[in-house]
Design a protein around this ligand. Structure first.
Ligand SMILES: NC(=O)c1ccc[n+]([C@@H]2O[C@H](COP(=O)([O-])OP(=O)(O)OC[C@H]3O[C@@H](n4cnc5c(N)ncnc54)[C@H](OP(=O)(O)O)[C@@H]3O)[C@@H](O)[C@H]2O)c1
Length: 339
């Protein structure tokens, strides 16, 4: 029987909101390639859907990463199993996570790729390697601690707080003794922020006036804002910052699925008078410290101080639809698709 390599390709560049028609399914007979020294052949198993992939679908020059070529496979973080290897660090049978293509079989060159290829620790589920111990959790850990620099007792606000990155960022701040308020869409997600993550309060941006609620909840102002969303939520937090506030800009998901750039604060003098620091970051800047961060995350997880929710979809055919759910809040936790 012929082995097939199933793929999802970029059919066209989205104009405004992405739709399923921007993706095209394709399958080709697959013959295992001859590997060069250092290469591995991976059978992909689990795909992580991340909002920033929407930026890679735009024309070149609008993201710090290379954009996906028209007619080329969609690119994103995924995990799989090594099925052929010419790299002693990645023997046949081991799990691996990396930026891969939305296809069944991918050749990786772990020693030379720009983005890290990580071996999944023996015994760890691929879903956990992409989820609670994945790149989003490391992003949250470094973004909160190194960029937000919260101190115990300070008031921290996190947008996108029910999501993969935001939920961990909020718990990192809670675990070091901050008062934490999460912003998310909908009553169910907000209830979980308080009940499951142990945050001090939650604001439903879909039904509440965020600025007014922050004024009530943070009479002395917001010391640290970890922003995944931007736009109106950034404006609302800027209305309520404390003197010497730090804003860690992790992402601006509210602007991704549009043709518009993400807007900044509407009054720059607020930064001057309140001495506010706004700093963007990318997780890769801290990759060298990942082992220690993962150890801390594991400790918190073992102690029951790091809850993590995975929204696991079944089926390679589900990939485009699952991805689009990220922009309506249709995901309920870290969005993974088992192919
Ligand atoms: N800087 C880095 O190195 C780095 C690395 C990883 C991720 N990120 C960023 O982290 C953020 C979260 O990514 P994630 O992978 O963890 O996804 P996620 O938060 O699990 O899922 C995306 C969530 O964004 C919210 N959202 C979507 N459109 C929105 C809008 N217009 N207004 C308000 N909220 C909206 C939705 O939550 P609700 O249901 O609450 O609306 C949705 O569930 C993104 O901005 C991403 O780019 C940055």
């Amino acid at each position: 029987m012929t082995t097939l390599n199933r793929r999802w390709l970029l059919a066209r560049r989205p104009r405004g909101r992405a739709t399923v028609d921007d993706f095209r399914y394709d399958e080709q007979p697959f013959t295992p390639p001859d590997l060069a020294d250092g290469q591995v052949l991976v059978r992909t198993r689990v795909f992580s859907c991340a909002p920033t992939m929407r930026n890679w679908m735009n024309e070149p020059g609008r993201s710090y990463r290379a954009s996906i070529g028209l007619g080329e496979p969609i690119i994103g973080v995924a995990a799989g199993v090594v099925i052929a290897s010419r790299n002693p660090r990645f023997p046949v049978g081991c799990g691996v996570s990396a930026v891969m293509r939305w296809e069944d079989y991918t050749v990786l060159s772990p020693d030379t790729t720009a983005t890290p290829v990580l071996r999944v620790p023996d015994g760890m589920a691929l879903e956990d390697a992409l989820g609670v111990f994945g790149l989003n959790s490391l992003t949250a850990y470094f973004g909160m601690l190194r960029v937000g620099e919260p101190k115990p007792g300070e008031t921290v606000v996190v947008s996108g707080a029910a999501g993969s990155t935001g939920s961990v960022a909020a718990q990192v701040a809670r675990n070091i003794g901050c008062r934490v308020i999460g912003i998310a869409g909908g009553a169910t997600k907000c209830a979980r922020l308080v009940e499951d993550l142990g945050l001090d309060a939650a604001i439903d941006y879909k039904s509440e006036d965020v600025s007014a609620r922050l004024k009530e909840l943070c009479p002395d102002g917001v010391n640290v804002f970890y922003d995944n969303v931007g736009g109106d939520i950034l404006h609302a937090v800027m209305d309520n910052v404390a003197v010497h506030a730090r804003i860690a800009v992790c992402g601006q998901v509210a602007a991704y699925d549009s043709d518009q750039p993400a807007p900044g604060p509407r009054d720059m003098m607020k930064l001057v008078y309140w001495r506010v620091r706004i700093q963007g970051f990318v997780m890769g800047d801290y990759a060298h410290d990942a082992p220690a961060a993962l150890e801390q995350l594991r400790t918190w997880r073992d102690e029951g101080r790091l809850a993590y929710r995975i929204d696991l979809r079944e089926g390679f055919d589900q990939l485009p639809g699952a991805f689009l759910d990220l922009f309506t809040g249709g995901n309920d936790g870290a969005l993974l698709v088992r192919g």
